[in-house]
Design a binder for this molecule. Structure first.
Ligand code: FES
Length: 146
């Protein structure tokens, strides 16, 4: 069973912004829940979760909004997304559909996210975890009664 998050109102939304919530929030990715700390981008939280605080260098994405390796789909909650990213890796239409880049994003509420692009060249261990999250998320959606 997936961990429960505090409900957000108004459905998932990606809005423009450069700051997140003032207190910690929980981010559900597949069956896992990680705690985001104020001041971090979401990719910093995920890197720390998958590699440890000293292992951030293991993630090979650009961390500047230029490669798309950290693209996620927002399923629940509200996220603030900085505008300084490449439109080639995240088009306005994608943003409008709830896609965002974790390296340019700050949670404003508890979130549930799902991986979109799986570029194993960049992801390595993170990609394997995201792949697991993706398969859990897929099986969640196909469960009876949902
Ligand atoms: S890590 Fe490259 S766009 Fe986020």
């Amino acid at each position: 069973m997936s961990p429960r998050l505090a409900p957000s109102t108004g459905g998932p939304r990606v809005i423009a912004g450069t700051r997140g919530a003032e207190g910690p929030v929980r981010v559900r990715i597949g069956a896992e829940v990680v705690e985001w700390r104020p001041g971090e981008t979401l990719i910093e939280t995920l890197m720390a979760h998958y590699y440890g605080r000293r292992g951030r260098g293991s993630f090979q994405g650009c961390r500047r909004g230029g490669c798309g390796a950290c693209k996620l789909r927002l399923e629940e909650g509200v996220v603030a997304l900085r505008r300084d990213h490449s439109r080639d890796v995240l088009a306005p239409e994608e943003r409008a559909c709830g896609l965002f880049l974790a390296c340019r994003a700050y949670p404003l509420t508890d979130l549930a996210v799902r991986p979109v692009a799986r570029r194993n060249l960049f992801f390595e261990r993170y990609g394997r975890a995201l792949a697991r999250a993706e398969s859990v998320s897929t099986s969640d959606r196909s469960s009876p009664g949902r």
